[in-house]
Design a protein around this ligand. Structure first.
Ligand code: AMP
Ligand code: ZN
Ligand code: FE
Ligand code: FE
Length: 289
């Protein structure tokens, strides 16, 4: 029997993915995946609909979220799997994080205006279509107006952390993000360690060690944008610490055209065994607590 393949990091139109939940489920099925996790930025709003579509198609859909943490110099995203989405405290935390995110948006617009671009918040909101607004929506609005040619160009010049129009989000520190996931019964996993932009592997490992003190349970060793050699380093980093290893493409649809669902940029095959290990860890924790 061929090995079952999965993707534990995907986005929908509930945040900055371009696939609506039901289209994501359909695409995952067509890509031959047996399970996906929906990990939208700071919201679980796309999970249920993807699960319902998945149920009809025979696709397992894991509830997930990708929480933005306050972090200098790079991006820290913490993935939360199997959080209780009905937990009011958890949804209140996500709302606080969304408020911090949304406070930033008019400030990015002001910067772009100062740089001579005629672009309004409404232009960007139109791109988001009611979903959580993220920088890829700014990039798409800039592209539509002809200020840049590709989403990547918008990031490189304006939106990345060293870009001319970058404004940081006022969100939670990492500890609070991990604790929010744990308090909602979820499993916290450090997303794409490479994007921490630390100078050395030792610095990345120090971040992981710190997060473990707050309840971190895993590392996303395989990430759609990360070279296989580096993924192996992250895999070893996780296993050395007894952490779970996870993997996902970070599929966003048209915002990242080179990142393929289930495969990323480097034709990854992510085994179902990763999800099985995650479930086993959860089951073991619930019988001992
Ligand atoms: P935001 O949620 O507004 O911070 O935007 C985060 C999203 O922007 C990420 O999930 C990526 O989709 C995209 N992104 C962040 N940094 C870059 C970059 N340097 N190049 C391309 N896309 C990026
Ligand atoms: Zn994104
Ligand atoms: Fe991310
Ligand atoms: Fe992501």
């Amino acid at each position: 029997m061929p090995e079952l393949r999965i993707d534990l990091h995907t986005h929908t139109t509930a945040s900055d993915g371009s696939f609506a939940p039901k289209d994501l489920a359909k695409a995952a099925k067509e890509a031959g995946l047996s399970a996906i996790a929906v990990c939208d930025h700071d919201t679980t709003a796309g999970v249920r609909e993807t699960q319902m579509a998945g149920q009809e198609l025979g696709l397992e859909v894991v509830p997930g979220v990708e929480i933005s943490a306050l972090y200098a110099g790079g991006t820290m995203h913490i993935l939360g799997y199997y959080c209780d989405m009905e937990n009011p405290g958890f949804q209140a935390d996500l709302q606080c994080i969304l408020d911090g995110r949304n406070n930033r948006n008019p400030r990015i617009i002001a910067r772009l205006n100062e740089l001579g671009m005629e672009i309004s918040l409404e232009d960007v909101e139109r791109e988001a279509g009611g979903g959580v607004l993220g920088r890829p929506h700014f990039a798409r609005a800039m592209m539509k107006k002809g200020y840049i040619k590709t989403v990547q160009e918008a990031f490189d010049e304006y939106l990345a952390s060293n870009g001319k129009a970058f404004v940081p989000k006022e969100v939670y520190p990492p500890q609070k993000c991990v604790e929010a996931i744990v308090a909602a019964g979820g499993t916290a996993v450090l997303a794409h360690p490479k994007q921490l932009r630390r100078k050395s592997q030792a610095e990345i490992e120090a971040v992981v060690d710190e997060l473990m003190q707050y309840g971190l349970q895993g590392v996303e060793a395989i990430h759609g944008d990360c070279e296989p050699e580096t993924a192996e380093v992250y895999d070893a980093m996780a296993r050395k610490r007894g952490l779970l290893v996870t993997g996902g493409s970070d599929f966003h649809g048209i915002s990242k055209p080179d990142i393929h669902l289930g495969r990323g940029r480097f034709d990854y095959k992510i085994p179902y065994a990763y999800l099985e290990a995650l479930k086993e860890r959860r089951a073991a924790a619930s019988t001992t607590s």
